[in-house]
Ligand binder design. Structure first.
Ligand SMILES: NC(=O)C1=CN([C@@H]2O[C@H](COP(=O)(O)OP(=O)(O)OC[C@H]3O[C@@H](n4cnc5c(N)ncnc54)[C@H](O)[C@@H]3O)[C@@H](O)[C@H]2O)C=CC1
Ligand SMILES: NCC(=O)COP(=O)(O)O
Length: 350
């Protein structure tokens, strides 16, 4: 039997906790039962951070084909991009080319089928913007890179997933004041379709149950506390129901996250980032995974950011990265099994 392709992990911001959690995760690979992965990026950044933290982590400079075989004894790294000059905890716009090169190299492996899924370490959006990065975040960058000539770019959907709660912000990296203007029936219907489709195909839910939060207090209190809930959210939910998708809403967001409410749905779709990321990170900060739905490949990430305040101190908890690696492996294996079944079915029909 051929060993499955490994996961590939981007370096993230070299001044953040990406290097810390990567090294820690690998060091505890047996305890965590980690799937094999390789890092794409500057080996020097990992070497320097291991020295800084007093961790003994041998690195193996290698490509994805040998990564799984080397993983037990060394952390596989495929060198990519310029060397980092940043110090732990000191964000620096000069890191942007190093972050982008790592991300491009990792993505290239996934798009070439040499890695099974992409896992990204956190980058600092403000650092990237100062360094000229023209995308709001990974999510939008990956969607742009997944575009194919003559076809519209895929619509990326951010999901923060844990065993306790899965949430999707319908608008992502947008100033709060711009949210109402961006909420349209089309956006919510498209988001609902992608969530329902990917939860069925990738997560194996037979009939995913979606709830849609209202935008306004009490979901607009029948139009007396804002118009968007009745004018935009309700028609979108009705359209999804007509397509056979199990969708409900708009429901008041403030009462959607207690245990009894959570038992009634699989994914809560919120109208803006903080509306649903606050409950998700409050319930499961260290186990939460950021998954991008709607892409032609699998991408996961820890749910947290660069945590410059603790980078290089030894206090960074690798659990969310571990959860992201495990989920990426699970989704990649499910996708491979599905593709094989579909291939067999197509062959038997031909
Ligand atoms: N996927 C990505 O690339 C993401 C990037 N970010 C970026 O990260 C930067 C910092 O964002 P913040 O809002 O400060 O959030 P943050 O998640 O980096 O930090 C928030 C607080 O949680 C703590 N924390 C975070 N991860 C931790 C871990 N693994 N172990 C222990 N403590 C941890 C930090 O020390 C800090 O006190 C921003 O520039 C933002 O753009 C934020 C979220 C996701
Ligand atoms: N708060 C989550 C977040 O901002 C992650 O964004 P992305 O870099 O994964 O697009």
């Amino acid at each position: 039997m051929v060993a499955p392709a490994p996961l590939v992990l981007s370096l993230g911001d070299p001044a953040g906790i990406g290097p810390d959690i990567t090294l820690k995760a690998w060091a505890q690979r047996r305890d965590f039962g980690l799937p094999a992965f390789l890092v794409a990026g500057d080996p020097g950044a990992l070497k320097a951070r291991a020295h800084h933290l007093g961790l003994t982590v041998p690195l193996a400079e290698t490509g994805p084909e040998d990564a799984a075989g080397r993983f037990a004894e060394a952390l596989p790294v495929m060198p990519a991009g310029p060397a980092s000059t940043a110090s732990p905890g000191k964000p620096d716009a000069s890191s942007a080319p190093c972050v982008v090169a790592s991300l491009e190299a990792a993505l290239g492996l996934v798009q070439a089928g040499r890695a099974a899924a992409l896992v990204t370490n956190p980058l600092a959006k403000s650092v990237m913007y100062a360094g000229g990065f023209p995308f709001p975040g990974h999510t939008e960058f990956l969607a742009a890179r997944a575009a194919r000539p003559g076809r519209p770019a895929p619509h990326p959907v951010m999901m923060i997933w844990s065993e306790q709660l899965a949430v999707v912000p319908a608008t992502i990296h947008l100033p709060y004041a711009d949210v109402p203007g961006h909420l349209t029936i089309e956006l919510l219907v498209e988001t609902g379709r992608i969530v329902a489709g990917d939860m069925a195909r990738r997560f194996g839910l037979a009939r995913p149950r979606l709830v849609f939060c209202g935008l306004n207090p009490h979901a607009g209190e029948e139009g007396t506390l804002g118009t968007e809930d009745e004018a935009v959210v309700r028609p979108a939910v009705d359209a999804l129901k007509r397509e056979g998708i199990d969708a409900r809403g708009p429901l008041p967001a403030d009462t959607l996250f207690h245990p009894e409410a959570r038992a009634g749905y699989d994914v809560a779709v919120g109208m803006y980032h903080d509306q649903v990321l606050i409950p998700a990170k409050t319930l499961a900060f260290h186990d939460g995974v950021n998954v991008t739905l709607g892409l032609p490949f699998i991408r996961t990430s820890p749910d947290h950011g660069t945590a410059f305040d603790i980078a290089g101190t030894g206090r960074a908890n690798p659990s969310s990265l571990v959860a992201a690696l495990r989920l990426a492996r699970r989704l990649a294996d499910a996708e491979a099994a599905l593709a094989e079944r579909e291939g067999r079915r197509a062959a038997s029909v031909a």
